[in-house]
Design a binder for this molecule. Structure first.
Ligand code: GS8
Length: 216
C-alpha cells in the first residue's frame, strides 16, 4: 500500500515531501488539509503533527512530521527505485549532503521564507507587506547566495557533482521566491541561476511546482 501525505500540495513544506516522493517514483496519496477552516489545529490532525502544522506523513503504523525528516525517510524507503538522494554508501558524500541540508534549513530558509510570506502570502490575504522586514531579509539572503555562488562555481550541485536531497530541498521556497520582485538576486549570480534552472527543469520538480500557484 502507498504512503499518505497530509497537507495542501501548495504549502512549501508539503511540497518538499511531494517532490521527494515524485523523484523516487513512489506511489502516494495526498490527503488535503483545509487550512482556511483551521483543520490543522483540530484533534485529528494534532494527533498526526502535535505542532498543528503540515505536513504529516503516514506509512502503515509509522507517523512522521517535519518535512526534511520525512523527505529523508522517503529517500531511504524508495532508494532502489529512484536517484540516490542521500549517498549513504559513501561517508564523505553523505556528510556533504547532510551539511547542505543543514545550510538549507539553517541559513537559506530563515532568509527566504519571510520574503515569500511578505511578498506573496500577505497580499493574497488582503494585507500589506512589511517592507523593512523584506529589505532586511533580502540583504540576508544575498549574503547566503554569495556563498552559494562561490560554492557552485566549483561543483555542479550543492553536495558535489551529483544531484541530492540537499538541492531538492530548496525547491519549495525558491519556486515562490522567483515570483517576487527579488528574483534578480538569482539572475545576478550565474552559477546559482544555472543551478536553479537545472533543478526546476527536473520532471519531478515541474510536476510538484504545477500544484503551487504563485497568485490567486
Ligand atoms: C515546518 C512546518 C510548517 O511551518 C517542517 O515540516 O519542515 N519545520 C516544519 N508548516 C506550515 C506550512 S509551510 O508551508 C504550517 O503548517 N503553518 C501553519 C501554522 O503554523 O499554523
Amino acid at each position: 500500500m502507498g504512503v499518505k501525505v497530509y497537507g495542501p500540495p501548495m504549502s512549501t513544506c508539503t511540497a518538499r515531501v511531494i517532490s521527494t516522493l515524485e523523484e523516487m517514483g513512489a506511489e502516494y496519496e495526498v490527503v488535503p488539509i483545509d487550512f482556511e477552516a483551521g483543520e490543522h489545529k483540530q484533534p485529528p490532525h494534532l494527533a498526526r503533527n502535535p505542532f498543528g502544522q503540515v505536513p504529516a506523513f503516514e506509512d502503515g503504523d509509522l507517523m512522521l512530521f517535519e518535512s526534511r525528516a520525512i523527505a529523508r525517510y522517503v529517500a531511504r524507503k524508495y532508494k532502489s527505485s529512484g536517484p540516490d538522494l542521500l549517498r549513504e554508501g559513501n561517508l564523505q558524500e553523505s556528510a556533504m549532503v547532510d551539511l547542505w541540508l543543514e545550510v538549507e534549513s539553517q541559513q537559506y530558509n530563515p532568509a527566504i521564507a519571510p520574503i515569500v510570506y511578505q511578498c506573496l502570502v500577505i497580499p493574497m490575504r488582503g494585507g500589506v507587506a512589511d517592507q523593512k522586514l523584506i529589505d532586511a531579509n533580502v540583504e540576508k539572503l544575498g549574503k547566503v547566495l554569495d556563498v552559494y555562488e562561490d560554492h557552485l562555481s566549483k561543483t555542479k550541485y550543492l553536495a558535489g557533482d551529483f544531484f541530492s536531497l540537499a538541492d531538492l530541498s530548496h525547491l519549495p521556497y525558491t519556486h515562490y521566491f522567483m515570483a517576487t520582485p527579488y528574483a534578480s538576486l538569482f539572475e545576478s549570480r550565474p552559477h546559482v541561476q544555472a543551478w536553479w534552472q537545472d533543478l526546476s527543469s527536473r520532471p519531478a520538480v515541474r510536476k510538484t511546482a504545477a500544484a503551487m500557484p504563485t497568485s490567486r
